[in-house]
Ligand binder design. Structure first.
Ligand code: ARG
Length: 584
């Protein structure tokens, strides 16, 4: 049990004693980490909230609560300001917790009591279209959420819902037949298909007669033409091969690749079913879902305000020409996941511009009586240093492969300067870990909803909240152990005396709180900020407290703190899919 959970339980009991009958039955006090450590480690405003409800003096209630809490081995309590209760954790308790962590592979992190079956939908690039920076964010955030959820004991299914059935295939098919160079395709399939798509697109703009020809290729594909189906399958196959290579480099994998096309046969019956149930209806030849008036207009995803009036924005699920849409596929996909995978949670890691789409999808599910923990895990954009959408010099969207290549080559320079004598093979391995780590950490240390600036110098810096800084911290800890003679043996008892020791222990113990909180809010930046704090605390500790030159229990304690720091850094970064080299 984490310290805040423990304190919450004891606090609830103390509140009950102090308030008696006046304690509201459904009240659960919260205990949060203190902003300012001078006042303690944790604090709670529960007495203030309840005093207000019971029309009592908040400080008086807080005093009674502290009395009822009694002497505890865990913490000393005091009251601050208008009635905050502060908890100062006893160093001896931290010593006990850290000693337990040394024996625990999970480093204090418990598995959840009620595991969920969670589908995570992420990455999902579109075949023959560029995998752009938005997909980078989704790929990295989604992978981390999957790792966190698995670690916490959920049953996780990762699914790459690639866009393999879009209208782009009209142009691709024509381009494949008329302009594609097979050798280009073999060299770099993703780039070759993209080039074809761009070329045909440009030609369509010049020559009006071409677009209808491309459209007819698409119609042929959709009606099952053998030649076009074969080309389409090849496009998917080569794209998958290209993507697999990128994912392998990123150390990311999927349990399923159920792209949009996997649901083709489910679309027509789904629309019929929604029509039959009266959830959808025809409008101007199309089939649409309109608002059912369940929400207030301002929360209704089927309404927008225009000139002071609420006007309908239906979800179109079948076009007048009989074609199906993105929304139709997503409804069918959700059905599949809830029935075939038995998912109770489905999280979609997709950019913020698709907010309305997902709100409508989830609301249609509500109308159908299908409920679950369906979440749109949204994120903002990546900007260039000029604060405009991140583009290449020529104005193209930046490809993920290019970003990876550049990161690794820049990291190689960092390693070259730092450790010129390292064997070449190790240099290459470390550069890969550092380069890819840098991209991932730059992403994960941001609040996902904000836009962030893609800045090579910053993300590869050896100081600040970067992967290289954390990797280097880990390397420093590990290097201490190379100087210790014999195996490190965990001491039975730690003795925390110096402030820097206590503070490092405090942070180490907090790992158990941070990991679940990170998943609860789908906010990897919580864990990233924590790991950065931990590394900084380690450096302060290492400056203030000699490790190898100390003796006896002090030395054992300090070595144990080093050991735990290394383990937490490695495991925590591992939850981000970032590798920690032993030397760099
Ligand atoms: N392929 C889509 C895009 O690139 C993302 C798909 C996200 N997943 C989903 N189930 N809609 O925008």
């Amino acid at each position: 049990m984490t310290i805040p959970t423990l304190l919450t339980e004891k606090l609830a009991a103390a509140l009950q004693t102090a308030l008696g009958e006046a304690m509201p039955a459904d009240f659960k006090p919260t205990v949060t980490p203190a902003q300012d450590l001078r006042f303690g480690d944790y604090q709670s405003n529960a007495a203030m909230i309840l005093a207000k409800q019971a029309r009592m003096n908040p400080r008086a209630l807080a005093t009674q609560v502290v009395e009822a809490f009694g002497n505890s081995e865990i913490a000393d309590l005091d009251i601050a300001g208008p009635g905050f209760i502060n908890f100062r954790i006893n160093p001896a308790y931290y010593a006990e917790r850290t000693a337990a962590m040394l024996q625990d592979e999970r480093l204090g992190v418990s598995v959840v009591e009620k595991p969920k079956t969670l589908v995570i939908d992420f990455s999902a690039p579109n075949v023959a279209k560029p995998m752009h920076v938005g997909h980078i964010r989704s790929t990295i955030i989604g992978d981390t959420l999957g790792r966190l959820a698995r670690f916490l004991g959920h049953k996780v299914i990762t699914d790459n819902h690639i866009g393999d059935w879009g209208t782009q295939f009209g142009m691709i098919l024509w381009g494949w037949k008329n302009i594609l160079q097979q050798d280009e395709l073999e060299k770099d399939p993703i780039e070759a298909l993209l080039a074809v798509y761009k070329e045909v697109n440009a030609r369509c703009k010049e020559d009006e007669s071409l677009l209808p020809i491309c459209k007819s290729e698409l119609v042929k594909l959709q009606s099952g033409d053998a030649e076009n189906l074969e080309i389409w399958q090849k496009c998917i196959a080569v794209t998958k091969t290209g993507l697999e290579k990128i994912y392998a480099q990123l150390n990311i994998s999927f349990d399923y690749w159920l792209g949009e096309s996997a649901y083709n046969d489910a679309l027509a019956p789904l629309v019929e079913d929604l029509l039959a149930k009266g959830i959808a209806r025809e409008s101007e030849g199309a089939v649409c879902v309109f608002s059912d008036g369940f929400h207030k207009p301002q929360n209704d995803p089927f309404l927008v305000q225009k000139d002071g009036e609420w006007v309908p924005v239906p979800a179109i699920i079948r076009k007048a020409d009989g074609g199906f849409l993105y929304a139709t596929t997503d409804l069918a996909t959700l059905d599949y996941r809830t029935t075939k995978f038995n998912a109770d949670s489905i999280w979609y890691v997709v950019g913020a511009p698709q907010e309305k789409h997902f709100k409508q999808i989830f609301d249609i599910e509500r109308m159908r009586g299908i409920s679950g923990d369906f979440r749109h895990v949204a994120f903002g954009s990546i900007l260039g240093k000029d604060r405009r959408p991140f583009k290449t010099r020529s104005g193209d969207t930046v490809s993920l492969q290019d970003v990876i290549d550049e990161a690794i080559s820049r990291a190689a320079q960092v390693i070259e300067t730092k450790s010129p004598d390292m064997p070449a093979e190790e240099k290459a391995r470390v550069a890969e870990a550092v380069g890819i780590g840098a991209i991932k950490f730059a992403e994960l240390s941001q609040n996902r909803m904000s836009d962030y600036i893609f800045d090579w110098e910053k993300m590869l810096a050896l100081t600040g909240d970067t992967a290289p800084y954390l990797q280097n911290s880990y390397v420093r800890v590990r290097s201490i152990f190379r100087k210790v003679e014999g195996e490190f043996r965990a001491p039975e008892k730690l003795e925390l005396v110096q402030d820097a020791e206590i503070h490092l222990a405090r942070l180490l113990v907090r790992y158990a709180e941070v990991v679940p909180a990170t998943l609860d809010d789908c906010r990897p930046n919580l864990l990233a900020a924590y790991l950065y704090e931990l590394a900084k605390a380690f450096h302060s500790f290492y400056e203030a407290c000699p490790v190898l030159k100390s003796e006896g229990n002090t030395r054992e304690t300090r070595l144990a703190l080093c050991e735990l720091t290394a383990r937490v850094l490695k495991q925590g970064m591992g939850l981000f899919g970032i590798t920690m080299p032993e030397r760099m």
